[in-house]
Design a protein around this ligand. Structure first.
Ligand SMILES: Nc1ncnc2c1ncn2[C@@H]1O[C@H](COP(=O)(O)OP(=O)(O)OP(=O)(O)O)[C@@H](O)[C@H]1O
Ligand SMILES: [Mg+2]
Length: 266
């Protein structure tokens, strides 16, 4: 569905991404993990055309990203960046309606199909009860859900989520992750997300993409990627592993960082 080849990107002459290749198949959940500042958000922005790479190409459904018009792409691809800001007096409903922007004509008028998509998105995420509330009065978790609802109203085929669970309590984290999985199952929505919690990455991803500063370290199935060498060489930690007595749907190991090890310069 999306494929990036040999992406390089620098800022003021400082290389941020160096020869990164990435792909996600239709209907997959792929999670990008890696230390702070390694380039995860930058990669997500390049994959969703918010940033243009210095070299390399990104293909969506086999076509180069830059062959799509802005609206054409926005109908198929939605991104929720790490930090988001809505105008202070905007209501949840108005924010979600914003997701219909790629479908509107010149005057930006919403049509019947747009109102239906907005209602449907609000229902799917359980945000209907907050419809008339101003975004700035929502809690962090409710706010995150409002943004996800906006992305759903966009009816994309691929959704990029940069740290969707950060700052949320464990209940909301679970709610957001279960929602992501439900959208993936019911709409066959392809998901590419960034998470810091490796247990959550293990439980909710089909494949995990691990990054060291500026480059890919490994990419593959959870059980192949989450190994001692990766924890040591990417995160500089030694992990304790515990067998989970409950079936968590494919993964049965719980990881707990034990101690910091020397930085691996490889
Ligand atoms: N506009 C910018 N100007 C200067 N440096 C930048 C800019 N944007 C990103 N960087 C740098 O690029 C590197 C990668 O940043 P990025 O936000 O992609 O990291 P990240 O992996 O998402 O980190 P985190 O886990 O903290 O969100 C960092 O060193 C950051 O300081
Ligand atoms: Mg980031």
């Amino acid at each position: 569905m999306i494929r990036a080849e040999h992406i390089c990107y620098s800022i003021d002459g400082r290389p941020i991404l160096d020869d990164i290749s990435f792909s996600a198949e239709q209907g997959e959940i792929v999670t990008i993990v890696g230390p702070n500042g390694c380039g995860k958000s930058t990669l997500m922005k390049i994959l969703s055309r918010l940033l243009k790479p210095d070299c390399g190409s990104v293909f969506f459904l086999g076509k180069p990203l830059n062959a799509y018009s802005g609206k054409e792409l926005a109908k198929q691809l939605a991104i929720l960046p790490q930090s988001k800001q809505a105008p202070p007096d905007m209501t949840v409903e108005q924010l979600v309606q914003f997701g219909r922007y790629p479908y509107t004509g010149l005057g930006g008028q919403l049509r019947a199909a747009d109102f239906t998509a907005v209602d449907e998105a609000l229902r799917r995420t359980g945000m209907d009860r907050f419809r008339g509330r101003s975004i700035c009065t929502l809690s962090g978790g409710e706010g995150q859900m409002a943004w996800i609802t906006m992305a759903i109203a966009q009816t994309p085929r691929i959704l990029f989520l940069d740290e969707p669970t950060t700052y949320l309590d464990i209940c909301y984290q679970l709610e957001v992750l279960q929602m992501i999985r439900r959208l993936n199952h019911t709409l066959s929505l392809t998901i590419v997300m960034v998470l810091h919690d490796l247990n959550q990455a293990a439980a909710y991803s089909d494949r995990i993409f691990t990054m060291k500063p500026g480059r890919c370290y490994s990419y593959g199935k959870t059980e192949d990627v989450l190994c001692d060498a990766m924890f040591r060489e990417v995160f500089s930690v030694e992990m304790n592993k515990y067998k989970n007595p409950k079936d968590r749907g494919g993964t049965d190991i719980v990881y707990m960082p034990e101690r910091i090890v020397e930085k691996y310069e490889g």
